[in-house]
Ligand binder design. Structure first.
Ligand code: URA
Length: 245
């Protein structure tokens, strides 16, 4: 057995990593001689193993990960929630090989907004990413109904006041950049996440968002090769970029 790592029961470790595989299933797999640890077939599933042990299930290596971080390119028409209220949820789009218990979308995009959604089972990272105190930037590509105005830059940089159901709300300074190629397109970097914030900011200026896509969370860009509805696992070295300001 490995000397390092976290020690836990084999059935607990395996079922935490594989979606839809219960502890009872791991027991059955052991009885069928499908589970090996460090080259030894395991007859019992209640033994303690290390997260650094070399575990194979039915010939496939299982590399333990405490948490998983999934980048999704959310399509329109899908909701960022864990429960199905009639619409498809982002969780339904996660492919089986990336699924595990406890996944949730860290932050919300509107049903008609596309782009980067982080799906994870790491509550602590999610909290750090979304906490109003952390100010992690989120970047949006915006297409407007009417041409953008030069004045937007200073107005947004000052911190706009927007109307909401709870009266007026003061926004943190945001960075507006008009596109050089189109008078209808721009990018906006927000350091907070108020309800419908991008739409409300442009609405306050008498304009209307007709297309919205989140392109970055912190310093991590949505992978351009990711088609709408597709996911990829964010590698360990990139996870901290989600929090960079
Ligand atoms: N702002 C919005 O208006 N909608 C989103 O989905 C995200 C930010």
């Amino acid at each position: 057995m490995a000397k390092n790592g976290v020690f836990m029961r084999l059935d607990k470790l395996v079922s935490s990593q594989l979606y839809g595989v219960s502890r009872a299933d791991v027991k059955k797999l052991c009885l069928k001689k499908k589970v090996s640890v460090n080259g030894k077939l395991m007859a019992r599933s209640d033994v303690k193993v290390s997260t650094e042990d070399e575990i194979y299930i039915d010939g496939e290596r299982l590399v333990y990960k405490e948490h998983i971080y999934i980048m999704m390119n959310k399509p329109q028409g899908v909701v960022c929630s864990t429960k199905d209220g009639g619409s498809r949820t982002v969780l339904e789009l996660v492919p089986e090989k990336l699924r595990r218990e406890g996944l949730f979308p860290a932050g919300r995009l509107d049903k008609d907004t596309e782009g980067f959604v982080l799906i994870t089972d790491d509550g602590e990272l999610s909290h750090r990413m979304l906490s109003p105190k952390s100010h992690v930037p989120k970047t949006y590509f915006v297409r407007l109904e009417k041409p953008w105005q030069e004045s937007y830059k200073d107005i947004m940089a000052e911190g706009m006041i927007i109307e909401g159901d709870n009266g007026k709300e003061k926004c943190l300074p945001a960075e507006f950049t008009g596109s050089e190629d189109s008078e209808f397109e721009c990018t906006l970097v927000l350091h907070e996440g108020k309800f419908h914030q991008v739409k409300r900011m442009f609405g306050t200026l008498g304009n209307k968002v007709i297309f919205l896509k989140r392109t970055h969370i912190g310093g991590l860009a949505l992978d351009e090769k990711l088609a709408l509805g597709e996911c990829l696992e964010i590698m360990h070295k990139d996870v901290e970029k989600l929090l960079t300001c």
